[in-house]
Design a binder for this molecule. Sequence first.
Ligand code: 13P
Length: 336
Amino acid sequence: MSELNKIALKILSNGKGILAADESNGTMTKRLDAVNVESTPKNRLAFRETLFSSESMKDCIGGVILYEETINQISNLGKSIPELISACGAVTGIKVDTGAKNLANSPEEKITEGLDGLRERLKKYYELGARFTKWRGVYSISNNYPSKLAIHSNAHALARYAALVQECEMVPIVEPEVLMDGDHSADECLEKTSEVIKKCFEELIMHKIDLSGIILKPNMILAGSNSKNKISNEEVSDKTLECLKNSVPTEVPGIAFLSGGQSEIEATENLNLISKNNSTNFIMTYSYGRALQQSALKFWSKDTTKITETQDVFNHRARMCTLAAQGKWTRDLENK
Ligand code: 13P
């Protein structure tokens, strides 16, 4: 078993999942504005370290993805943030892309940037304690999109990123996110997501990536958020499993879904069915941002001194997601 495979398994095993707390300052400002909290470095740290020192970190969270600002902050609890995370038995991760920009010659689409100087930045993150990383490619579905150009160029960037990360002995999360925005059907989502993921693996293989030392972070297969033809949770699970079975090489140890704008309960229920019906060898778990943090952030924003109570809200969500990753979640547990 390679060292990279061991790290991936440490993050994903036993129902553990990933807390995606790597919102850029721009995105975090949007989240904080929505709950009327000023977006300062101090407030961003205060909320995040409240989560990182929660009880459920030990049993539920195998890895935390940080944003550059956070990995350099000193916790008010006297430890560095990576120390706080590893004290819970979790692995520190870091978002290393620098964001999605307009794609030249297809300006309605995006290409993710951040390859320049990445090798040097990775060394610094490793020294700070990071052992895994994240890079997100983003694709939207509409009449002519995603284009072959967007599918190809994002897959190429993801593969170059993954190669540099493995060279630096860290596990790359490969995140091709097909957005749920739009009125497309679930079958269109299935078709486009399959094409996107297959192209990613074509490039990853060309770049000689050790597939046993990566984590795939895809979207679930859903109808567009404005579609009139929503599908059932069972269908989400069936189509998602069909997509992954047909597009992901068997060497990949695990798949950690993004929540992508689903509600907390939807994201939990869909993961539960996917795990329950999973006949593949892939570990299926979560790497949620909003679907882990939304309720906790709302609660905290009302009184930022209520640390323990905010942690209770987060603990509940993390425990529900960890049960779902094992196919053991039921709706009645939400009210206990
Ligand atoms: P959401 O779960 O809120 O989609 O965030 C996950 C993530 O890391 C997106 O890049």
